[in-house]
Ligand binder design. Sequence first.
Ligand SMILES: CC(C)=CCNc1ncnc2c1ncn2[C@@H]1O[C@H](COP(=O)(O)O)[C@@H](O)[C@H]1O
Ligand SMILES: [Zn+2]
Length: 351
Amino acid sequence: MDGEAELFYRQLPKVELHAHLNGSVSVRTIDRLIGRKPHLNIQHSMTAIGKGQRRTLDDVALKKEKQFICPECQQMFSFSFQVATDVIREFAADSVKYLELRSTPREEKNTGLTKKGYIETVIRAIQLCKDEGLDIDVRFLVAIDRRNGTQVAMETVALAEQFLLSSDGLVVGLDLSGDPTVGNGKALLPALERAKNCGLKMSLHLSEVQSQLEETDLLLNLPPNRIGHGTFLHPEVGGSQNLVDKVLKNSIPLELCLTSNVKGQTVPSYSQHHFKYWYQLGHPSVICTDDKGVFSTDLSQEYQLAASTFGLSHAAMWKLSQQAIDCIFAPETVKQQLRQKWTDLQPQLFQ
Ligand SMILES: CC(C)=CCNc1ncnc2c1ncn2[C@@H]1O[C@H](COP(=O)(O)O)[C@@H](O)[C@H]1O
Ligand SMILES: [Zn+2]
């Protein structure tokens, strides 16, 4: 890789809007956590997907969960605080100035951790990084795992609603994720409508796999505030013009994750990534990592990859990172601060 280009993307101020907390944990962090509990003999082979390797979503989700389970006692260990602070520090070191982390609240019967406690733990980690003066503004999206059905979705929205009111602006919205081949969006609609009505911003994984036209059409009517992936929205890949029109009409930004889609095998190659389709339309698209730990990537690499694949200049990539500010869920005052930061940093990058 060209060293000068690499430095440019590393220094480029960036906005990360699609990062699953547990999928963002780096191998380094896992090694450190395992090192602290050597007696547990925790396995973590194959937790990260190296260059050229591919995995299915199921594979990855399961392996990511397993790495924190002690094989002897089957106990789940709560490393959430350490994991969250490490992930935030790594994004900050990669010149990410604004980060929306998302995670599925979980409870652990044996440690007494509740879903509410889980969210509080992540919030404490965000607060610690803030107190340390890290140059990154971090917000949180509470994730609904679509595999868990209507009831859990409703409970998750209620939790998110509580934190929206009590977290000092740190919890800004909701994410819908999980294995896209399992569960159906229609059953989740009442929960999502409730979320919308109480002022939670919504980012939904939509059309991540093929043949979800009906579900996507239904959920686009909400409409969501952002779309995760949207890989199969456009007609050339089995979507439809009607879906595209809905996205355009409501100007719903897309979160695009190149490495994740290629390694996850929903997109056959980088040059065939739907980034091209939406970029050519001038539609707001934000480059993101999805699961930087799982896919052995970071946001600088994703920007560089998009630039080299589609022949985009440094100036064009600067504009992309700047326009991502318009798509964040934090309020207008935060957008203004970020725009100022970009203005201040520009001369350093283009001298
Ligand atoms: C092939 C592949 C892994 C594609 C990635 N695309 C994804 N699509 C849907 N949900 C996801 C994806 N990556 C992570 N997640 C969700 O995020 C969870 C991990 O983060 P967390 O535990 O919520 O903190 C996973 O269990 C899953 O529910
Ligand atoms: Zn995702």
